[in-house]
Design a protein around this ligand. Structure first.
Ligand code: FMN
Length: 211
């Protein structure tokens, strides 16, 4: 199984979302010992904003360049297309996704490449495959009496669905700003949810991408 891991925390491997991601990867490895993980680290600003050629190509009928952002976009899309499973680890930043994750999305969500515009709306071109999202946040954004609105999970679900990725499972450690004992309990609960989810997960059930 080929797993693409997109990691977005500026804190890298010391981050809470990375810790949660490791729980998911560990379950994937248990379900298939031949699992290979491709790490796409984007949390430290390695993906530049899209350039002029890219923006122009999105509004015209043909791609005007294969350089700059277009080349980066193609590289990132190929990485996505050749993955059996995608795992995104990300913190919540200002009620939504970090700017670095948005830049990755700007590169992989490309008209006439990963989605087409039809009279029925935008239609994804990617073959569906499991996507796991590991989120970490300082406060709670779901459940009873959330402390803040959530513009992260609805956005991620919508944008991934737009390119054809509908099979999205989201896990979160919400409340990293809590007292240490409470945080330990939050982590235990989330890790348990991950284990329960994978109890019925089997790699043979994954549709192999045809790219
Ligand atoms: C720029 C910035 C904005 C943040 N905004 C939020 C927020 O809106 N809501 C929240 O619950 N936590 C917020 N946090 C806290 C992080 O989500 C929290 O520390 C999280 O555990 C970090 O995850 P990481 O260790 O994976 O990077 C913010 C942190 C930073 C650095």
């Amino acid at each position: 199984m080929r797993v693409l891991h997109v990691s977005c925390s500026p804190r890298g491997e010391a981050s809470e979302s990375y810790r949660l991601l490791q729980q998911i990867i560990s379950q994937l490895r248990q379900s298939d010992p031949d699992t290979t993980v491709i790490d796409r680290v984007i949390g430290q600003g390695v993906i530049p904003p899209i350039d002029e050629d890219y923006a122009v190509s999105q509004g015209s009928s043909k791609d005007v360049s294969q350089l700059g952002s277009m080349a980066k976009s193609e590289e990132l899309i190929l990485e996505l297309e050749t993955a059996d499973v995608v795992v995104i680890s990300t913190p919540m930043h200002n009620l939504t996704l970090p700017a670095t994750l948005k830049l990755w999305i700007d590169h992989i969500v490309r008209t006439r490449r990963t989605f087409n515009i039809s009279k029925f709306g935008k239609v994804g071109t990617l073959q569906d495959r499991p996507v796991f999202v590991a989120i970490s946040s300082g406060g709670r954004f779901s459940g009873e009496h959330p402390q803040q609105p959530d513009f992260l999970t609805p956005y991620l679900t919508a944008i991934l669905g737009m390119i054809g990725l509908h099979n999205v499972a989201i896990f979160s450690v919400q409340g990293t700003g809590s007292h240490v004992n409470e945080l330990a309990s939050i982590r235990r609960n989330t890790d348990q949810l991950v284990r329960e989810h994978f109890a019925s997960f089997h790699p043979d059930l994954i549709a192999v991408p045809t790219y």
